[in-house]
Ligand binder design. Structure first.
Ligand SMILES: Cc1ncc(COP(=O)(O)O)c(C=O)c1O
Length: 386
């Protein structure tokens, strides 16, 4: 049985909505027909779902982050605190705006940024913090917001992986000044590519709408600001809206899959299951595990290889920490001798298992059995070696 890491669900209404946009010939980011204005439906629907007033669709989660920082007015040499353990788009957004990303190690329990290490990185130039809800587990937002308030910093949630995630009963995306989601193909809502910025702040929403559209002003072609073309087109929005209509079911399915995995793997020594703190409802966007080589018997790389070669099961490595990225070291964003032990451990030990929304129970059982067999063979190897 071949089990891929993640395949997107094709939404029930995808063709109907995309065809409706085509039939009415509204295919760009401009749509003057309310009935087929999927950009507006998506923006309003997402904002309502998250619990804020405004949504600003974009071409990706990455461009939503770029736009969020521009909206907040991050300028050259402003410092922005981000986790080292994240996907590189978080760092790129800071750099694209001329800012300096300042990295913080991960928390061993949640895999999100360690909030106890943030304050020591704050300087007179710090302007914002970007917590990342890693693999769908929420950052401890009360702590982040308390630090932000104390030091007068903005908070941008990188909620790319966290559609449907909750923190103390509140939706991820409603917990900072601005939040960004991704609609990439492996995300819980998807249009292949795409993203959205959401906010409860009217001024931020207006500014984000203006900046994403080349900062067009009135009269048109007179520009007061430097903008971008981050406009989502109506065909993409039609697909994304069809996917959005299925969000609740998709989140519950990913959570159900996570429970099946955890039930199957919990008694295997040497495996750490993904976190879900008391305050959290994780979307379990990806089901990640850590493999402790000394206890499990094989390294995560070996386990990945066996899963692939012997069982045709695809997995993915965890993120390579930002403070170790050659691109960032080369440009002096970080020194090459910095150590962040938890982020490094997550990279060394972490992999995620197949996590498609529509994974079948038989597929999950197959993956669990494969891991059990690998563990048993590692025990055999150890016995023979003695
Ligand atoms: C934490 C995080 N931020 C940002 C992004 C960027 O989103 P996109 O791929 O839609 O540009 C991703 C993508 O997976 C992500 O995981």
């Amino acid at each position: 049985m071949r089990v891929p890491t993640c395949i997107p669900v094709i939404p029930k209404n995808a063709k109907k909505y995309v065809n409706a946009a085509i039939d009415k010939n509204w295919i760009s980011s401009l749509c003057l027909d309310e009935q087929v204005n999927f950009i507006e439906k998506l923006e309003k629907g997402m904002a309502r779902y998250v619990g804020v007033r405004y949504g600003v669709s974009t071409t990706s989660g990455s461009t939503a982050l770029d736009l969020a920082l521009a909206t907040l007015g991050i300028k050259p040499d402003d410092e922005v605190i981000i986790p080292s353990f994240t996907m590189i788009a978080t760092a790129h957004a800071v750099i694209h705006n001329g800012g300096i990303p300042v990295f913080v190690d991960a928390d061993e329990e949640t895999w999100c940024m360690d909030t106890s290490l943030i304050e020591q990185t704050i300087t007179g130039r710090t302007k914002a913090i970007i917590p990342v809800h890693i693999y769908g587990h929420p950052e401890d937002m009360d702590k982040i917001n308390a630090i932000a308030e104390k030091h007068n910093l903005d908070v941008i949630e990188d909620a790319a992986e966290a559609i449907g995630t909750q923190y103390k009963g509140e939706m991820a995306g409603s917990l900072g000044n601005i939040a960004c989601f991704s609609f990439y193909a492996n995300k819980i809502i998807t249009s292949g590519e795409g993203g959205i910025l959401v906010t409860d702040n009217e001024n931020f929403a207006k500014r984000a709408h203006m900046l994403k559209d080349q900062a067009f002003g009135v009269p048109r072609f007179i520009h007061e600001d430097i903008g971008f073309n981050f406009r989502m087109n109506n065909l993409t929005a039609a697909y994304a809206f069809a996917s959005f209509e299925e969000v609740e079911d998709a989140v519950e399915k990913r959570r159900g899959n996570a429970k099946l995995y955890s039930d199957g793997l919990s008694d295997i020594e040497g495996i750490t299951l993904p976190p879900e703190k008391d305050y959290a409802k994780s979307s379990f966007w990806m089901y990640g595990i850590l493999i402790d080589e000394a206890v499990f018997g094989f390294s995560k790389t070996k386990v990945k290889d066996i899963l692939k070669q012997k069982y045709t099961i695809d997995t993915r490595d965890f993120f390579y920490p930002m403070h170790r990225q050659p691109s960032l070291i080369k440009r002096d964003y970080v020194r090459d001798d910095i150590s962040m032990p938890i982020s490094e451990k997550l990279w060394n030990c972490g992999l995620y298992l197949p996590s498609s929304t529509n994974l079948k129970e038989a597929e999950i059982n197959y993956v669990v059995e494969a891991i059990r067999n690998i563990k048993a063979s590692s025990l055999n190897c150890q016995t023979k070696a003695k």
